[in-house]
Write a protein that binds this ligand. Structure first.
Ligand code: PXG
Length: 452
């Protein structure tokens, strides 16, 4: 624990410390009552670290929420946002444009897989998912196959929290309270198979055949009713699940065979997390549509996007030229502040080689996280690039509590991790140093032992 380094933080502590009224803010995906009894308040961030209201420095092993890929408060990105706010705060997104929207789209297309070069901006990953699902259904209709309306997701999938996303998603807690969801949705099986794949480094050897589950749904529904399949190349929120070797290629082949669009949800994998700009490149499988968010602005300003293969976009570009081709968009699509942040973020990624840094650190990171094998209650460890998942045996009768206790312990010891269920997820900013990887894993090891 490093104590008060910056005198300015003492002031922050005074004004925002435990005296702050907390009733009004209904917090997202949070145990509200537990939090408000023992708040964890962040007031400053720089590089690999946060500082809390008490002036404690905390190493960020989660990149915020898998988004701060360039590290915190990078001066170049901060300046770009400040300058843009002063120069032009907002520009209408519909029937108007501003240069940075076009510049950012070109820049994103330039690092996307070849041929994926049409970019539609949203404000979050959830909105990117809704946009991609609508694009897929509309695409088939515009080209005269309007019967293709069905959407296929995967068990344990996470695609944000809007109705389309939770419908194709496969996490029961995110679905069960919210009614009947979208109709015409089905799910292929998830790929998690600890009996065969536990403690695999990188991609699991077993499970490519699970892609064949799509054939089962084609046989049930007929391909002529199916618009698209959406999967996360690496599943994050649902417990850090790596795709089995050959699985995504097989899914691509089955989609091609049946004229079904393949959507990769790259909200967490995009912008360098797996060692390439996108997981599609890491796995050498090209989807038809790709969703992204988070790392596009390194978490500084909300933004998401759908990246489409050009022929999909081109199908829409017909009919009278004065007519809108795709009836979809958000007031804040391509918001000037987000575009300025995005361009500066891509500059930082390029100058510092951050989009491939996870590949360079993969071996070191894998050794570090797999050194936790044998610690009490560790039942699986998974890794790829700068993603790590440590799965723990649940406490009897109290699922998720062991991981939550470990999260609280790590926080107390000055390291911020994420947990989902009884899995600890690691996704540090791409600027992480080896010594910091050691600090993360050492802190986690001690917390795992104390949680035994
Ligand atoms: N798709 C995927 C694959 C995601 O991981 C979203 C869509 C939704 O993005 P927005 O921007 O609407 O939140 C996500 C978000 C975690 C965690 O700790 C993951 C996400 C968000 C918050 C926490 O696993 N993923």
């Amino acid at each position: 624990m490093n104590k008060a380094i910056d005198p300015a933080l003492m002031h922050a502590a005074e004004v925002t410390g435990s005296q702050v009224a907390m009733d009004a803010h209904w917090m997202p995906f949070t145990a509200n009552r537990q939090f408000k009894k023992a708040p964890r308040l962040l007031v400053k961030a720089q590089g690999m670290h946060y500082w809390d209201v008490d002036g404690r420095q905390v190493l960020d092993a989660a990149a915020g929420l898998w988004c701060v890929n360039a590290g915190h408060s990078r001066p170049r990105i901060v300046k770009a946002i400040q300058d843009q706010a002063a120069e032009m705060d907002f520009a209408p997104a519909f029937q108007m444009g501003h240069p940075k929207a076009f510049e950012l789209a070109e820049r994103v297309a330039a690092i996307a897989p070849a041929g994926m070069n049409r970019v539609f901006f949203t404000n979050s990953g959830s909105e990117a998912v809704e946009t991609a699902l609508k694009m897929a259904i509309a695409y088939h209709r515009v080209r005269g196959e309007g019967s293709r309306t069905r959407l296929i997701g995967r068990e344990r999938g996470y695609h944000g929290v809007n109705f389309g996303g939770i419908s194709v998603g496969g996490i029961v807690a995110n679905r069960k309270h919210f009614g009947s969801l979208l109709t015409g949705v089905d799910h292929i099986r998830h790929t998690h198979d600890p009996a065969r794949n536990a403690f695999t480094r990188g991609l699991p050897a077993h499970g490519a055949e699970l892609a064949d589950d799509l054939e089962r749904l084609v046989a049930l529904h007929d391909a002529s009713t199916i618009a698209a399949v959406i999967v996360e190349p690496v599943a994050g929120s649902t417990g850090v699940l790596m795709p089995p070797q050959g699985y995504l290629k097989r899914l691509r082949e089955i989609c091609d065979k049946h004229g079904i669009l393949l959507i990769f949800d790259e909200v967490i994998t995009g912008f360098g997390r797996t060692g390439s700009a996108f997981a599609a490149q890491t796995f050498d499988v090209m989807p038809d549509l790709m969703t992204c968010a988070k790392g596009i602005t390194s978490g500084t300003v909300p933004m998401g996007a759908v990246i489409a293969r050009q022929p999909i976009h081109d199908v829409f570009m017909n009919g009278p030229e004065h007519l809108i081709e795709f009836f979809h968009g958000y007031t804040y699509s391509a918001h000037p502040l987000a575009c300025a942040a995005g361009i500066a973020t891509l500059d930082v990624y390029a100058e510092e080689g951050l989009l491939t840094r996870a590949k360079e650190l993969d071996g070191y990171f894998a050794d570090a996280v797999h050194s936790l094998k044998g610690e009490p209650n560790v039942i699986d460890i998974r890794n790829l690039g700068l993603i790590g998942g440590i799965e723990l045996a649940p406490m009897v009768g109290e699922p998720t509590k062991r991981a939550f206790n470990i999260f609280l312990d790590c926080w107390a010891q000055g390291v911020l991790v994420r947990t989902t269920g009884d899995i600890v997820a690691l996704s540090p900013p791409l600027i992480v140093e080896k010594s910091q990887i050691d600090q993360i894993v050492d802190t986690l090891r001690a917390a795992i032992r104390r949680a035994a």
